[in-house]
Design a protein. Structure first.
Length: 343
C-alpha cells in the first residue's frame, strides 16, 4: 500500500541528495501539490530545478541546524522526509561535534518544527551503522533514533507521528562504493578494496523510498522500520562489476579503514525480541514506559526470547550471479555499461 500524496505538501530535508531526487520524482508523479526541498547547496538546488522543470518543486535554502530555517520550510506541510545528515564516516570521525549538530540537534529541530506546524507524519532516515556503533556517524544516528522515539514518550498527545527507518548501503547513491568501482574500472585504474570478505547489505534507491513509504502508511508513534535485504561480499561485488563491464578487475587490497566493521547489523537480537515481522519488513516497537522511572529499575521482563542479530554476515548472501542481477536493476549502472560498450 502506497501513501496518498494527491494534493499534499511534502518537505524533504537534504533533498538534493540521491534519496531526495528519487523520492521527489515519485512524489511529483503521484500528484503532490508541492514538494519542498530544504538544503544548503544552491548549486545542487539549481541543477535539480533544471532537471525536473516542475513548478510544484520549491527550494528552501537553509540548514537543519538552524531552527528558524526549518520552521519556515515546515509551515503548512503534510509529510516530512528527514534525509539531511552528515553521512561520511571519516568526516564525522574528525569533526564529531559537527555530526552532533546536524544528525542529533538538527533532527530535533525538524521534529519540533513538525509538531509545531501539525505535520501528520515525519520519517527520519537512519543507518545500519547506528546498531552497535563504533564510529561518530553511527553514534550520532543512534542518538537521532532516540531523539525521534522520545517525541512520543514526552508528548502522549502529539499531533505528529515520528518514526524512523534504518537501512544499509543504498546502491549507486552519492558517495557509495559502486560509482567509485565503476569509475576505477572505466579509467583502467586499480580497484581499491578494503577487504574482499567484508559484507554489506544491498538496497536500491527505489527500495529505500519504498521503505520510507511503508513507514508513512504503517507507523505508530516511535516505530522503527527495517526492510529485509540481501548482502554480498565486497569481493563478489567487484567480480560482478568486472563481468558486466567485460574486464578482469585489477584489485588492490588496502585493508579495513579506521572505524569500519567487517559486517554491518540492521537490527540487534534485543531489538528483534520486541519486533513485529511484517513479511518484507520488521517493525521495531518503541519502549512505551513513561517518566515513572520505577519500571526501569525495579521491573524486569520474564521469558525474554533470544534472537540472532540481523547481520550482513548471516542474512541471505548473494553470489556473483545474484549481485549481477541486482546491479542490472539500477538504471545508472545500465547507462554506465551502455556508455562503456559504445566506447
Amino acid at each position: 500500500m502506497k501513501p496518498d500524496y494527491e494534493g499534499k505538501r511534502i518537505l524533504i530535508t537534504g533533498g538534493t541528495g540521491s534519496f531526495g531526487q528519487t523520492v521527489t520524482e515519485a512524489l511529483l508523479g503521484r500528484g503532490a501539490s508541492e514538494v519542498r526541498v530544504l538544503s544548503r547547496d544552491e548549486a545542487k538546488q539549481d541543477a535539480m530545478r533544471h532537471k525536473f522543470g516542475d513548478s510544484r518543486l520549491r527550494f528552501y535554502v537553509g540548514d537543519v541546524r538552524d531552527y528558524l530555517s526549518v520552521d519556515r520550510a515546515t509551515r503548512d506541510v503534510d509529510y516530512v522526509f528527514h534525509a539531511a545528515a552528515l553521512k561520511q564516516v571519516p568526516s564525522c570521525e574528525f569533526f564529531p561535534l559537527e555530526a552532533v549538530r546536524t544528525n542529533i540537534l538538527g533532527s530535533e529541530n525538524v521534529i519540533r518544527a513538525s509538531e509545531t506546524h501539525g505535520v501528520k507524519s515525519l520519517v527520519c532516515l537512519s543507518t545500519d551503522k547506528a546498531v552497535y556503533p563504533i564510529n561518530a556517524m553511527g553514534m550520532s544516528k543512534a542518538m537521532m533514533e532516540k531523539v525521534a522515539q522520545s517525541h512520543g514518550l514526552n508528548n502522549p498527545n502529539a499531533v505528529t507521528t515520528v518514526s524512523c527507518v534504518r537501512y544499509g548501503n543504498v546502491m549507486y547513491s552519492r558517495g557509495s562504493v559502486i560509482p567509485l568501482f565503476i569509475r576505477q574500472i572505466t579509467q583502467s585504474k586499480q580497484i581499491t578494496v578494503t577487504d574482499p570478505s567484508m559484507t554489506r547489505f544491498m538496497m536500491s534507491l527505489v527500495g529505500s523510498v519504498e521503505l520510507v513509504e511503508h513507514a508513512f502508511v504503517n507507523a505508530s508513534q516511535g516505530d522503527l522500520f527495517i526492510r529485509k535485504a540481501p548482502s554480498c561480499t565486497i569481493g563478489d561485488l567487484v567480480e560482478a562489476l568486472g563481468h558486466l563491464f567485460g574486464v578482469r578487475p585489477n584489485v588492490s587490497v588496502i585493508g579495513t579503514r579506521h572505524a569500519e566493521k567487517l559486517s554491518e547489523c540492521l537490527a540487534s537480537g534485543a531489538e528483534l525480541a520486541r519486533a513485529d515481522d511484517m513479511g518484507d519488513y520488521f517493525r521495531i516497537n518503541p519502549d512505551s514506559r513513561d517518566l515513572n522511572y520505577e519500571p526501569y529499575f525495579e521491573e524486569g521482563t520474564e521469558g525474554l526470547e533470544m534472537f540472532r542479530d540481523y547481520d550482513s554476515h548471516t542474512t541471505e548472501r548473494l553470489d556473483v550471479d545474484g549481485v549481477e542481477e541486482l546491479l542490472l536493476t539500477i538504471p545508472e549502472v545500465r547507462d554506465e555499461i551502455a556508455q562503456w560498450s559504445k566506447a
